[in-house]
Design a protein around this ligand. Structure first.
Ligand SMILES: C[S@@+](CC[C@H](N)C(=O)[O-])C[C@H]1O[C@@H](n2cnc3c(N)ncnc32)[C@H](O)[C@@H]1O
Length: 204
């Protein structure tokens, strides 16, 4: 079977599944698959979702945390309201230092998990896109270390490339357990993968 054909079918599969299950993006399945594997979001958790538009990860994490949990979605672009309690939306830029204070003010308590699918506009130049993505992942790490409770978790998107190892080293300074995850719903050909840091420990 030609690979391009298989890839296209897979994309179509998640696209249709998202439509049927009323998720706003196919990306929702990347999060659900990763959580199924590593359980970094649990019922009752407080979750901060960075780069949340159009809202697939907000819906998916709200499903996991349930009525006792809380999800805050943050994006530079507006997100259409989601008609469910315990979901809050903030228009904000992860590179703006003020965003951390705004997040803190909106959370009922320090977060159990920070998830970030934040992504730059893709230029098609591999090195440039890689560097921009790592920079956004670093901003997500900075936010996570400011809003997470001790033992909280971070799940953040990166692109493969030569700056990845340094970023993983940085994450290891703050989290006891660190893994790279490539969910099935993420296209095999794409450079995208996710860094999971579990058990946040504050660096003194
Ligand atoms: C791949 S999309 C996220 C999809 C989302 N996880 C979902 O399931 O619907 C990446 C998002 O990152 C946002 N973004 C890019 N740069 C940002 C920044 N500096 N601050 C906040 N959001 C940003 C974009 O606006 C875009 O909505």
């Amino acid at each position: 079977m030609p690979k391009a054909w298989t890839r296209e079918r897979k994309r179509e599969y998640y696209y249709r599944k998202a439509k049927e299950e009323k998720f706003r993006s196919r990306a929702a399945y990347k999060l659900l698959q990763a959580v199924k594997k590593r359980r970094f979001i649990k019922p009752g958790d407080v979750v901060v979702d960075l780069g949340a538009a159009p809202g697939g990860w907000i819906q998916a994490s709200r499903k996991i945390v349930g009525d006792e949990g809380f999800v805050l979605g943050v994006d530079v672009n507006p997100i259409q309201p989601i008609d469910q309690p315990n979901i809050c939306i903030l228009i904000g830029d992860v590179t703006d230092p003020q965003t951390i204070e705004q997040i803190r003010e909106l959370l009922p308590r320090p977060a159990d998990a920070v998830i970030s699918d934040v992504s730059p506009n893709i230029s098609g130049v591999w090195e440039l896109d890689h560097a921009r993505q790592i920079d956004l992942a670093q901003q997500s790490l900075r936010i996570a270390t400011s809003v997470l409770k001790p033992k909280g978790n971070l799940f953040t998107k990166v692109f493969q490339g030569d700056m990845l190892n340094n970023f993983v080293r940085e994450v290891k300074q703050h989290f006891a357990f660190v893994k790279l995850i490539k969910p099935k719903a993420s296209r095999a050909k794409s450079a995208e993968l996710y860094v999971l840091g579990m058990n946040f420990r504050q660096v003194k």
